[in-house]
Design a protein around this ligand. Structure first.
Ligand code: AMP
Ligand code: ZN
Length: 123
């Protein structure tokens, strides 16, 4: 299993840094975001260190598919039975802060705000 010794999410996988785990299998880990943006805010990550979505290859297809299936399961188990949102930020333009691929799962009892404001400045 490939890990990066400087990566905060690899340290969470290895239990070097604590987290609130909600799901784990041999390929995928899910834990609560430390700064939640919604009543349900989970992070779904591959156990193998992949820097981001722009770095994936065909060899990652299976784990990427599993992340989607797990995201749906954990969202509903966390109480988001009437819908939720997934977000994968990538790179500088996508405002990715942690360079280990992760899928945000956001939900709660009430509808979320719009994803990106339509009149947001584009420069
Ligand atoms: P992104 O901006 O897409 O890279 O999102 C990174 C996310 O990781 C942010 O929502 C952070 O709140 C979250 N985060 C950073 N450190 C931790 C940690 N130690 N435990 C849980 N979530 C974290
Ligand atoms: Zn990592």
């Amino acid at each position: 299993m490939s890990t990066d010794p400087d990566c905060i999410f690899c340290k969470i996988i290895q239990n070097v840094i604590p987290s609130s785990r909600v799901y784990e299998d041999e390929d995928v880990l899910v834990f609560k975001d430390i700064h939640p943006s919604a009543p349900v805010h989970l992070l779904v990550i591959p156990k193998r260190h992949i820097p981001g979505l722009s770095a994936v290859t065909a060899a990652d297809q299976q784990v990427l598919g599993k992340m989607m299936v797990v995201a749906s399961q954990v969202a509903r188990e966390a109480g988001s039975t009437d819908g939720f949102r997934t977000i994968i930020n990538d790179g500088r333009v996508g405002r990715q802060d942690v360079l280990h691929l992760h899928m945000h799962v956001l939900g709660g009892p009430t509808p979320l705000g719009r994803m990106i404001s339509r009149d947001e400045k584009t420069d």
